[in-house]
Design a protein around this ligand. Structure first.
Ligand SMILES: CC(C)(COP(=O)(O)OP(=O)(O)OC[C@H]1O[C@@H](n2cnc3c(N)ncnc32)[C@H](O)[C@@H]1OP(=O)(O)O)[C@@H](O)C(=O)NCCC(=O)NCCS
Length: 146
């Protein structure tokens, strides 16, 4: 792949619009769900990172500042045809670097059960019992940043 770049962007912006379309396609359409107004409102206060090939977004994540110097990583989505090529890991690690550089000490996520091995590959540990979100089994997973 040529010309891969990672950058952060704000909501609203053209990059955000692309990211939202990717999130919708990867994280909502397969579940028959739409984003709620409340979910979209939250995006305005968050940090968004995208992995781009040229101008096209291939992967995105959203970071939410939380209590106790922790950051929540959410809405992790990689374009279908690009999954399994290391892009999700590259972008998540850029998110961890951003969190560390901005004084956060811990990063956590609500991981879909199917994505647990992905987070484990980056050193996240399960810290909850199984629970349900968007009708799917999830676990809270955490990683200390230093
Ligand atoms: C889950 C997702 C973000 C992972 O991104 P990706 O680019 O496909 O994953 P990567 O290629 O970066 O994989 C990184 C590591 O995780 C492992 N991994 C990824 N998905 C895995 C899976 N389903 N089962 C086992 N291992 C997996 C890879 O083998 C790789 O391990 P390595 O670094 O030791 O070689 C992506 O597949 C995706 O968007 N899936 C659909 C939406 C989703 O489930 N999002 C997460 C919601 S919590």
């Amino acid at each position: 792949m040529l010309n891969i770049t990672i950058r952060n962007f704000v909501c609203p912006s053209l990059d955000y619009t692309q990211a939202l379309q990717l999130r919708h396609r990867i994280l909502r359409v397969p579940l028959g769900l739409e984003f709620t107004a409340e979910e979209l409102e939250k995006d305005k206060h968050d940090i968004h990172l995208g992995l781009f090939e040229g101008k096209r977004i291939l992967a995105c994540i959203t970071l939410t500042r939380c209590e106790n110097n922790s950051m929540k990583m959410r809405q992790v989505a990689v374009e279908d045809a690009e999954q399994g090529k290391g892009l999700g890991k590259k972008l998540s690690q850029a998110g961890e670097k951003y969190a560390l550089e901005n004084g956060f000490e811990m990063i956590f996520c609500n991981a879909r059960k199917t994505a647990v091995p992905f987070y484990e590959s980056m050193g996240y540990k399960i810290v909850s019992n199984e629970f349900t979100e968007v009708n799917l089994p999830h676990y809270r997973m955490e990683k200390k940043l230093h």
